[in-house]
Design a protein around this ligand. Structure first.
Ligand code: CUA
Length: 349
């Protein structure tokens, strides 16, 4: 009789374990991993998930079995039999969870150590967060001296980000890389990332930092070591190679600057098929310039490098990043101004 009860319990637990394992494995709960550090974090997750499935299956099986096997008849109003605890059972169900939680703690400590252990050949990047953008400055390696609004990384090479903030608290996160780090004014917080997959991933600010917080996004681009060392990606960026005349691959230099700096995520500009509504409509730049009492090219230039000098009626100050004058190279800035002047005059008529 006891043996049959045990078989029933075990079967029930196996069915529940199979179902919960399927839910854990078949549904893609997490974004794909694209770094060594994220692989380690995921391994910790799977250990904890496996333990949770194991415990849950036993507990759920015992509950379902008891409800089914020991249910009282509807007319049975008597008390249940008086029982005492079972010391042996209590020792077992205390010892096993203690061992499991200790295992998770040990694994977490190892992963935490490994994920902060910067190898000697790591590249270094100064990361500065500010309302509402990121700036990446390469301090060694083939890209030394380059400043970029996006994070370019060679694949399979450790990169140490030295993260700080100019104004308020921000936080650096790329979901596919796993690691997360606060950006704090006056402090430099390190973060190690070794990307393992080519591709583009979102750089996200995960600390509520003001009106533009949700828009504080950039891109991390993982490329081959050769492409990274070739520095074509840095063409036109401060510290990077200068463009060899003529925009490469369709679109003018101004249009390229408009797109690579994410202008379209906040602004509308018909010529660029941009439909953002956070900031002023750039098709109406000529009217705005008249309102500000300035010639159009001067007004456009000032609005990019010093966005708070003139605030369009109906829009709050301090939303547009104030550092475009530093992250966009001089030639690109000139091209961008020219592009905006031409596009808005064309579209405004
Ligand atoms: Cu920066 Cu949120």
């Amino acid at each position: 009789m006891r043996r049959r009860a045990f078989v029933h319990l075990a079967l029930l637990a196996a069915v529940i374990a199979a179902a919960t394992t399927a839910i854990a494995v078949l549904i893609p709960w997490l974004p794909v991993s694209a770094s060594t550090q994220r692989d380690r974090i995921d391994a910790t997750y799977w250990l904890a998930t496996g333990i949770a499935i194991f415990i849950f299956s036993i507990v759920a099986a015992a509950i379902i079995y008891s409800v089914w096997r020991f249910r009282a008849h509807p007319d049975d109003d008597s008390d249940g039999p008086p029982i005492h605890g079972h010391t042996g059972l209590e020792i077992v169900w205390t010892a096993i969870p203690t061992a499991l939680v200790t295992a998770i703690a040990i694994m977490s400590a190892i992963v935490l150590h490994d994920n902060g252990d910067v190898p000697k050949n790591a590249l270094h990047v100064n990361v500065t967060a500010e309302q509402f953008t990121w700036v990446f400055e390469y301090t060694d390696g083939p890209a030394k001296g380059i400043t970029s609004p996006n994070l370019y990384m060679p694949v399979n090479r450790a990169m140490e980000l030295e993260i700080t903030a100019k104004d308020v608290l921000h936080s650096f996160w790329v979901p596919q890389f796993g690691q997360k780090q606060d950006a704090v004014p006056g402090r430099i917080n390190p973060l190690l990332i070794t990307p393992t997959k080519l591709g583009s991933y979102p750089v996200i600010c995960t600390e509520l930092c003001g009106l533009g917080h949700a828009l504080m996004r950039r891109t991390a681009i993982v490329m081959s070591a050769n492409d990274f060392a070739g520095k074509k990606w840095a063409t036109g960026l401060p510290g990077g190679p200068t463009s060899g005349g003529g925009g490469s691959g369709g679109g003018s230099a101004g249009e390229t600057a408009f797109k690579s700096n994410g202008c379209g995520s906040c602004h509308t500009l018909t010529a660029a098929h941009a439909t953002g509504t956070v900031g002023p409509d750039l098709d109406k730049l000529p009217q705005e310039a008249r309102g500000a009492g300035q010639p159009l090219p001067l007004f456009v230039h000032q609005s990019i490098v010093d966005p708070n000098a003139y605030i369009a009626p109906g829009y709050p100050a301090g939303v547009m990043p104030g550092n475009f004058g530093q992250v966009i190279s001089k030639p690109d800035l000139a091209a961008l101004v020219q592009y905006l002047v031409q596009s808005s005059e064309g579209g405004g008529k």
